[in-house]
Every structure is written in C-alpha cells, then in structure tokens.
Design a protein around this ligand. Structure first.
Ligand SMILES: O=C(O)CCC(=O)C(=O)O
Ligand SMILES: [Fe+2]
Length: 323
C-alpha cells in the first residue's frame, strides 16, 4: 500500500534493528505525523473561527454605532431630561448668514452659540403656561400631528388649515384666556429675552419679539399636510427670515409625557441633542451655525413655545393683548 511504501525507506534510513521493528516505528511515526497535521489543521480552523467571530462583532458594533448616530442623530446629549441645569452655554462660530441682512450693531450676532437653562422659568410656571396652550388648542387642532397656536396673530390650527381665533371667537375669547394668563406670558417672554441678551453680551432693549412666536403641540398622528411636518432639518433665519435669536420654552417632559421629540443640533461629525423638560429654555442664534431638527414624536403629546427675536425694529411685534 502506498503509505507503507513511503514509510519503508524512512524506517530504513533511521538505521533501526530488524526490518519488522523499522516498519513498526515508521508506522508509528507516520501515524503521529498524521495526528500532528490534523491537530494543526484543527487549531487553524479554530483560530479562523475566532477571528471571524471577533471581526463580525467589531463590524456589527460599528454598524450599530453608525445607525445610532445617523438614525437618531445622537452622539452627545447637551441637556439630559433628568438634570436641572443652571446654565450651559456653548459658543459656535457665526455663519455668514447675518451679512446678507441689514446689521444692527449691538444686536446682530457677532458672538454665536447655544444656551440651555432650567433656572429661568419654574416648572410650575411652565405648567401654567401649558394650560394656556391646552385651553387654546382645544378650540381647534390639526388633523395631523402638529398644531400651533399663535397668541400674537391669533393663528390656530384647525383641521388642515388655520383660523384667526380672535376673529372666530370674538369677545368669547375672554372666557378662554384671562388677563393673568397674558401677564404670565409677557413676563416669561421678558425673562427669556433678558437671558438671551446676557448670554450674547447685548442689550435686551436692542432685541424685538418677532413672528412667528407660537405654541406647538405635537403628537404621533400621521402628518396630513406639510404644516404637520415639523421634523425637517432647517435654519430658522432661512425659514422665518426675521429671526436673529430663537428660543424654545419646553412645557412637557421627554420620556414622562412623550417619547421621541428631542431637539437636535445637526453639527458635522457629531449631532447634539436637547431633551425637553418642563421649564427648560433652550436658545440659540438663528443662522446656519445652528441647523436643527426635532425628532418625530413616537408617543404622547409634546408642548413647547417658540419665542423668536429680531434685531430689526421693523420686524418687531407686540405682546398679545386680550381684546
Ligand atoms: O420645538 C422645538 O424643539 C423646535 C421647534 C423649531 O425648530 C422651530 O419652531 O423652528
Ligand atoms: Fe427651528
């Protein structure tokens, strides 16, 4: 048999005693070398398997990280819902967006950035403000997931459109809102304006409230018109024109009242999120240095107010008055 023939000369070469003993030794060596080569192959297979599993795990990890970063845009949380922040300010370089508009020295942003504070509006005040929004919005409401109420212009979402609630309800509006409600609204606006002025080193009197300044109520109902599509990335200065400083006052709690619906600054490389919390004020310069979006609300109802400021007195609006 071929194996024996190959073993023969080896046994003879080894210079062993009898021909029979040489053959036995040869056979043993052959068997041992077959065993060794099998063991070697087995261990190589094992290592390949381990290497495959490790590289799959690494690849899987990388893919899920990319999924998290891309899908949720989450890389860094600027303000966690469970923490009460005194003050957080992050300066970012200003975009050139302000150069294409008339400049108002002492107001038009030279310093840009974003700030978050839970120390300006109390949770009780936020709750009172939310009740104003609930009352107003209960008179209408969008068919889709996003409804707005603008106490300045009177715009209220109804079905797929808007109505002017002051015109629509006339004097009856006094049964919905009280002078106290409007006083609180004005006071909250004033304190937020001062906070922004201080953070950006400008005078509060050089800023003017501008439109739209509005309550938003968002739930997970499917969008029916483009007005319901609040989740698109945007730049406020581009979308709304007159904005120089945007502020948001959150009136409900992320994870407690709703899921999804986090605010995301879309920075190259790493997005930054602000998790809404009742009484939390988030503010930022309105140019493309602060491109942002709101995640889709997955469950519950999210209330907020967008309060916007301009440096151009021609674009200023007044506080709402109960007519
Ligand atoms: O409600 C928010 O968190 C952001 C809303 C917003 O981006 C806007 O009103 O322009
Ligand atoms: Fe915005």
């Amino acid at each position: 048999m071929a194996p024996q023939r190959r073993a023969g000369p080896k046994a003879a070469e080894s210079g062993g005693g009898s021909a029979g003993t040489g053959v036995d030794r040869g056979e043993r060596r052959r068997l041992s070398s077959v065993r060794k080569s099998r063991a070697h192959q087995e261990s190589r297979r094992k290592w390949l398997k381990v290497a495959f599993l490790v590289s799959s795990a690494v690849l899987g990890g990388l893919l899920s990280w990319r999924y998290l970063v891309n899908e949720d845009g989450v890389a860094e949380v600027l303000a966690h819902y469970s923490e009460s922040l005194q003050d957080r300010f992050i300066e970012v370089p200003c975009s050139e967006d302000y150069d294409s508009h008339k400049r108002f020295e002492g107001c038009t942003p030279r310093k840009c950035g974003r700030g978050i504070t839970d120390a300006v509006i109390t949770r009780e005040e936020a709750e009172r403000i939310r009740r104003i929004a609930e009352r107003g919005l209960s008179l209408g409401g969008s068919d889709g997931g996003a409804s707005i109420l603008d106490l300045h212009s009177g715009a209220l979402s109804v079905g797929k459109h808007f109505v002017n609630l002051y015109r629509y309800f006339g004097d009856k509006i006094q049964e919905v809102f009280t002078e106290e409600d409007f006083q609180l609204y004005r006071d909250v606006r004033r304190r937020i304006q001062q906070t922004i002025a201080q953070a950006f080193g400008i005078s509060s009197s050089s800023m003017y409230l501008t439109k739209p300044t509005f309550f938003s109520r968002i739930n997970s109902t499917e969008a029916k018109t483009t007005h319901d599509e609040y989740w698109h990335p945007h730049i406020d200065k581009v979308t709304y024109g007159s904005f120089d400083y945007t502020s948001l006052l959150y009136l409900s709690d992320y994870t407690e009242d709703f899921g999804g619906g986090r605010f995301v600054f879309m920075d190259t490389g790493a997005n930054k999120t602000v998790e809404p919390r009742a009484g939390r004020v988030s503010f930022f310069t309105s140019g493309s240095e602060n491109l942002h979006r709101v995640e889709k609300v997955r469950w519950g109802t999210r209330y907020a107010i967008t309060i916007s400021f301009t440096c151009n007195p021609d674009h200023g609006i007044g506080d709402p008055v109960l007519t």
